[in-house]
Design a protein around this ligand. Structure first.
Ligand SMILES: Cc1cc2nc3c(=O)[nH]c(=O)nc-3n(C[C@H](O)[C@H](O)[C@H](O)COP(=O)(O)O)c2cc1C
Length: 442
């Protein structure tokens, strides 16, 4: 992120209105969220009004069967379901904007690097250089079953495959030099073959000849994002990423995460400022703390009592419906490890929650507390963002996790919080350049 110390801003718009948001005011029951380009175009315009860097679509391709051993709860309640492929929305959103970027998720565990390199090259072309790839290793059981695996691949092995995947994809993006295009009608030369290279990769998981049969795109490579919290995750990030997403729940935990990433970067000869972190945070604007508390009460009323347990079951691949009243999160550590789920996320919870709390107590506020939150007046929110940002080296910014309402949440952020950020000189008032990489760097 170069030397830039401003707060970069992104928003997670994955599967908007699922996870009980469809029951909240502002959501339109029956509205065709998954076929409405207009809905996503509006979101992109709102983000651009706030000079936000990026809108993010996460992806997992499963129907979780962890809670109670079946998918009934998630399907009945619209939790983590449905999971449409949101790729087609990106070109629509790109057409109505000029500055905001788009991050899209493609799993290194289930896909092929040749396909990845090709599709992100195309997305970089159509967005005019505003695409990022969220390179994930995928930690969910039913998703593995959908892609033909009887078992979820072991956690660290997923990162071995991811490492090779990223290396191949990068070689493919680099296989056509930017000045290879000649387009000389008189001589009949389209491309200079000396500047087009096969890659001849033969590895543990992939054999790829190359080159990428595509013209170099505006950014050449997409901005690469990695969100691993574990040791292998940080290593992958240090090796390949431009940016990291991270969910840490307290300032000390954020600081120690930043230090671990910096150590991983130093080990591969990179510097801390080579990778900014966008920290996940839920932001809820309210006129007062009392109004926020009332909103939180209404949200908790709208979600079923076992919502937190359903979410945790999905996230960690174990059935928390079986938690006996006295059981604590630590009692599930062995099972989570053997089920190969989101280990980094689980350890973060173990390290940051009150260890005396039972799983059932903790789960009641899980949807509120799984990530950091900044709530209340714009001034109070910006005070907190400023403290977290400068407390972690002013190297990145924030990605808004979903709030209590789908698009209203983003609108409130852009209309009330962004002006206060800009007034204090903390976030930018115009885009630095046409590409996402330029905007993240300046
Ligand atoms: C903001 C954010 C977005 C993420 N998006 C996805 C996603 O779309 N799909 C996915 O399978 N995992 C996603 N993850 C999970 C991470 O890729 C990673 O697996 C997780 O942080 C645990 O780290 P570990 O894999 O190193 O144990 C996301 C994580 C964060 C913090």
């Amino acid at each position: 992120m170069a030397q830039d110390q401003s707060i970069h801003l992104a928003a997670d718009i994955s599967f908007l209105h699922t996870d009980y948001l469809w029951r909240m005011p502002g959501s339109w029951v029956g509205y065709p969220y998954y076929s409405s380009g207009e809905f996503y175009e509006d979101i992109a315009r709102i983000a651009e009004r706030g000079v936000m860097d990026m809108l993010f679509f996460g992806d997992t391709g499963g129907t979780p069967e962890d809670y109670g051993g079946s998918y009934h709860a998630v399907v009945e309640r619209g939790a983590k379901w449905p999971r449409h492929d949101m790729t087609p929305m990106i070109p629509l959103m790109a057409r109505v904007t000029q500055g905001v970027g788009f991050a899209w998720t493609l799993s290194t565990t289930y896909h092929h690097p040749f396909h990845c390199a090709r599709v992100f090259n195309a997305l970089d072309h159509v967005t005019k250089g505003r695409i990022a790839w969220n390179a994930v290793t995928s930690a969910y059981k039913n998703e593995a079953a959908n892609y033909g695996y009887d078992e979820l691949m072991e956690h660290d092995e997923r990162y071995v495959r991811a490492d090779e995947f990223c290396a191949v994809a990068c070689k493919l993006w680099d296989s056509i030099e930017p000045d290879a295009v000649v387009l000389d009608r008189e001589k009949g030369i389209f491309l200079d073959p000396e500047k087009v290279h096969s890659i001849d990769h033969r590895g543990k998981y992939f054999n790829v000849r190359g080159p990428l049969p595509a013209l170099p795109s505006p950014q050449r490579r997409p901005v690469i994002i990695q969100a691993g919290l574990s040791g292998p995750g940080l290593k992958l990030c240090a090796d390949f990423a431009d940016l990291q997403f991270s969910t840490r729940r307290t300032l000390p935990s954020m600081q120690s995460h930043r230090a671990s990433l910096d150590t991983a970067l130093a080990a591969v000869g990179r510097k801390p400022r080579d990778i900014g972190i966008l920290w996940s945070i839920r932001i809820e604007v309210a006129d007062s703390d009392a109004e926020y508390a009332e909103r939180e009460r209404r949200y908790l009323e709208a979600v079923p009592p076992d919502a937190g347990l359903i979410e945790m079951s999905w996230q960690f691949n174990v059935d928390f419906s079986k938690a006996r009243p006295e059981m604590r999160l630590a009692d599930f550590a062995d099972e989570v490890a053997s089920e190969r789920g989101n280990l980094g996320t689980f350890h973060e919870l173990l390290n940051t929650i009150d260890p005396n709390q039972t799983v059932r107590e903790f789960s009641k506020r899980y949807l509120l507390e799984r990530v950091l939150a900044a709530t209340g007046t714009p001034k109070k929110i910006v005070d907190k963002l400023e403290e977290l940002h400068f407390g972690t080296g002013a190297n990145g910014g924030f990605i808004l996790a979903r709030g209590f309402s789908a698009s209203d949440n983003l609108k409130n952020f852009v209309d009330f919080v962004v002006p206060e950020l800009q007034r204090r000189g903390l976030s930018k008032t115009r885009y630095a350049g046409p590409t996402l990489r330029e905007n993240l760097n300046g």
